[in-house]
Design a protein around this ligand. Structure first.
Ligand code: C2E
Ligand code: CA
Ligand code: CA
Length: 399
């Protein structure tokens, strides 16, 4: 009758029975096991949709089981329970998620029947549309595609490049924006496959544009988690080679996160990318974890000023000061300054007057289909838009 099969593992039979009783009352089929061998066997043969797992067990602990489930590519929703306290159970939850499992809840013992029923109900109703399995399926079915947002060179008014931004054309949910699935992909190993696909697609697209006489540079977004993969630089270099694209035409935009601090491995990958000729941009600069120390220590070649400062720069003198200082800082360190989120002619003029190198945003163009890029580049190369848009146009240097 129900499609929800809950497998419970707890070394105390009485607790397992209580959990099963509560789960049955909210519509689950249940099965209780007491040891790891039975558990793993049932995971394979009974294919539970949900698992309740006690982290503390005598022979094999919950963390070992999580790692086994991850290597078996288990897609069930996992609810962790433990008597060792909130912080431990939450840490285990993060470990499980990082291994690509769907850990949907963590309950610290003792919990009431009502609490457990609440978690089980919300898990039952939760539409598990975003799982490692559904994501891989979507990749296989080629449901992802890239849009490209033009970037304009502020000294010439010419479109010199674009940023690739991913979208998911979901058969049931329509077009899904990256912020709805990239964090999930980053929390699992899915982001590696996604970034590989983006590299191949972006290089192939540049080759197509080149053949049409439209030669621009391209920026792609790379997650901090991608830097755990030591082969990233080689993979991207070989994707460029296959498409006949020089790595110097690609910029990798990276948002700094706490995870990047002090990681020698990441420094190694970033340096290798630079050695191979790729450009590296620090994205969303001014927010999150970016700091002057990081900027100095890591081999970035471009600073991308976050749109919160850019959009504020026409109305707030503080934002304006920040933008001016970031541009100066970039230049002092031999880097390029790029502004994102340019939404008005005033903002564009201000950025140009402050010496910003490139700009991107809805005032110039929204993210568009690959096929529309040559027209956008042609239009901006002729600078008709550049000369005629906005009150600032007459004072701009001719391209
Ligand atoms: P981001 O790298 O900061 O990308 C810029 C975002 O600002 C894009 O949203 C873009 O559509 C939006 N935008 C463009 N012009 C304007 C404007 O004038 N005003 C405002 N307010 N916004 C503007 P999008 O495409 O939804 O991407 C959101 C974020 O998702 C990106 O932020 C990036 O962090 C992530 N992302 C997108 N594509 C990829 C990807 O291929 N890989 C990875 N790892 N992350 C991606
Ligand atoms: Ca970006
Ligand atoms: Ca950004």
């Amino acid at each position: 009758m129900t499609g929800h099969r809950l497998l419970i593992i707890d070394d105390e039979p009485s607790i397992g029975a209580v959990i099963a009783r509560v789960a049955t009352s909210v519509g689950y089929q249940t099965l209780v096991v007491e040891n790891a061998d039975d558990f793993l066997e049932k995971v394979r043969t009974w294919a539970p949709t949900h698992i309740v797992m006690d982290l503390q067990m005598p022979v094999v602990d919950g963390l070992q089981l999580l790692s086994q489930l991850a290597s078996d590519h288990c897609t069930a929703n996992i609810i962790l329970v433990s008597g060792v306290g909130d912080s431990v159970v939450n840490a285990a939850r993060r470990v499980g998620t990082a291994r690509g499992l769907n850990v949907t809840a963590a309950l610290a013992k003792p919990f009431s029947a009502a609490e457990l029923a609440g978690v089980l109900k919300s898990n039952r109703m939760e539409d598990p549309w975003l799982t490692v399995a559904s994501f891989s399926e979507a990749m296989n079915r080629e449901e992802f595609y890239l849009l490209y947002q033009p970037k304009v060179d502020l000294k010439t008014g010419v479109v010199s490049g674009a940023e690739a931004l991913v979208r998911w054309r979901h058969p049931m949910r329509g077009v899904i924006a990256p912020l709805e699935f990239i964090p999930f992909a980053e929390s699992s190993a899915c982001i590696d496959r996604m970034t590989q696909w983006i590299g191949t697609t972006a290089c192939g697209q540049m080759q197509t544009w080149d053949a049409a006489g439209c030669r621009i540079s391209l920026a792609i977004n790379v997650s901090a988690r991608n830097l755990h993969e030591p082969r990233l630089a080689d993979q991207l270099a070989s994707q460029c080679r296959v498409a006949g694209i020089e790595p110097s035409r690609l910029t990798l935009e990276l948002t700094e996160t706490a995870a990047m601090r002090d990681a020698v491995q990441m420094m190694d990958v970033l340096t290798r990318l630079r050695v191979k000729g790729f450009h590296l941009a620090i994205d969303d600069f001014g927010t999150g974890y970016s700091s002057l120390v990081q900027l100095h220590r890591l081999p970035f070649s471009e600073i991308k000023i976050d749109r919160t400062f850019v959009s504020g720069c026409t109305t707030s003198s503080e934002s304006r000061s920040i933008v001016r200082l970031v541009i100066e800082l970039a230049h002092a360190l031999g880097m390029k300054a790029v502004a994102e989120g340019v939404e008005t002619a005033d903002a564009l003029r201000m950025l140009r007057d402050m010496g910003c190198d490139e700009a991107q945003g809805s005032f110039i163009a929204l993210p568009i289909e690959a096929g529309d890029i040559p027209a956008a580049v042609g239009q901006h190369t002729e600078s008709t838009w550049y000369r005629t848009s906005g009150p600032w146009a007459p004072t701009l240097p001719k391209s």
